[in-house]
Design a protein around this ligand. Structure first.
Ligand SMILES: Nc1nc2c(ncn2[C@@H]2O[C@H](COP(=O)(O)OP(=O)(O)OP(=O)(O)O)[C@@H](O)[C@H]2O)c(=O)[nH]1
Length: 329
């Protein structure tokens, strides 16, 4: 257990939309590496879904849903960390999962410019997860993805099952143009040695100051890409599984180019299990997750994040997938 005088190590998990951050977080929370973490999760979108996709564990998980961690909620981040520091013996480190659209600079800066936070914590590592299949298609127009790579000391080149050896080499080359020094680990579903990622003193302030000389001085003025927006769909009645899955497949095909990310928890008619759907562009996954709990609201919630997605069309199609109840019911 850490002594109070030792600063608590902080690991920041970043990476563009759908790269595999939650997959990595779930491994960190379940694999036996002998450390306990307090976890801070920030998500983009009005309806919280990420927290439902994180494995249930003994760890304390704090959600920050009221905005982007790198902009409006930084004060919240400081407050959460200060709260955690009042009970330092409950955990060995802090993990922060940022949204896919976060600039990691202001998050990292928090650990240097806030005197109270700086005295009690130590930024240990910035780990950036990369989607080997989609990075090259997005990187030139996604400023945030470039920042995430530039700030990383460790890059996890994930989803190597979806690309060829030559494609992996091309992605690595592109990463190296942005960040020549970070260690790059290849993975499938983030299957890396978790213990080797944690508490490793990898963050190097001197290197960051080379990349961004004003890092410690100014307030970072971060601008998000205005074309990337998000909307949510919520429905309290059950959905028809056949109609819903057909519609979703069609939607992903039709709008996948601009659909950066989709996630949903679906309540199907005549089904006692929650169904989880996720897409990154046209790659769609869906599976039963766990039974609905006693008293849990069986509500369908979906979040779409994309470039100029036609909300009305998607919403209309969604509503047509509601299960029709028999008049006798
Ligand atoms: N084929 C394949 N799919 C993967 C791999 N890693 C993650 N996925 C899938 O990719 C999707 C996104 O993974 P997440 O871990 O939720 O990604 P994220 O970075 O947390 O996504 P955000 O919600 O945008 O923050 C999910 O459907 C995962 O099951 C991989 O190595 N190979």
């Amino acid at each position: 257990m850490s002594k109070q005088s030792n600063p608590t190590p902080v690991t920041v998990l970043t990476g563009y939309l759908g790269a595999g951050k939650t997959t990595l977080l779930n491994r960190i929370l379940t694999e036996p590496h002998g450390r306990r973490y307090a976890v801070i999760v920030n998500e983009f979108g009005e309806v919280g879904i990420d927290n439902d996709l994180i494995v249930e564990s003994d760890e304390d998980v704090f959600e920050m849903n009221n905005g982007c961690i790198c902009c409006t909620v930084r004060g919240d981040l400081i407050r959460i960390i200060e709260g955690l520091m009042r009970r330092p013996h409950r955990f060995d480190g802090i993990l922060i999962e940022t949204t896919g659209l976060a600039d990691p600079a202001p998050v990292a800066q928090t650990f240097f410019v806030d005197a109270d936070v700086r005295s009690k914590t130590r930024l240990d590592s910035i780990i950036t997860v990369v989607d080997a299949m989609h990075l090259l298609g997005e990187i030139d127009r996604a400023h945030e993805a470039q920042e995430q790579l530039a700030f990383a000391d460790t890059i996890i080149l994930n989803k190597i099952d979806l690309v060829s050896g030559e494609e992996i080499a091309a992605v690595e080359q592109r990463i190296r143009r942005i960040n020549p020094t970070a260690s790059i680990l290849r993975s499938q579903r983030c299957d890396i040695d978790i213990a080797s990622l944690l508490d490793r003193k990898a963050f190097d302030l001197d290197r960051i100051l080379e990349v961004e000389p004003g890092f410690l001085e100014e307030e970072h003025d971060h601008e998000h890409d205005d074309h990337v927006t998000s909307f949510s769909l919520v429905e309290r009645g059950p959905m028809d599984p056949g109609k819903f899955l057909d519609w979703l497949q069609m939607t992903v095909q039709a709008f996948g180019m601009d659909m950066l990310r989709m996630k949903g928890i679906i309540a199907f008619s005549d089904d006692d299990d929650r169904f989880v759907v996720q897409a990154v562009h046209m790659l769609l996954e869906g599976d039963h997750q766990r039974p609905w709990k006693e008293g849990e609201d069986r509500v369908t919630r979906m979040v779409f994040i994309g470039r100029d997605l036609p909300r009305d069309i998607i919403s209309d199609g969604f509503l047509k997938c509601r299960a029709i109840r028999q008049a006798a019911e």
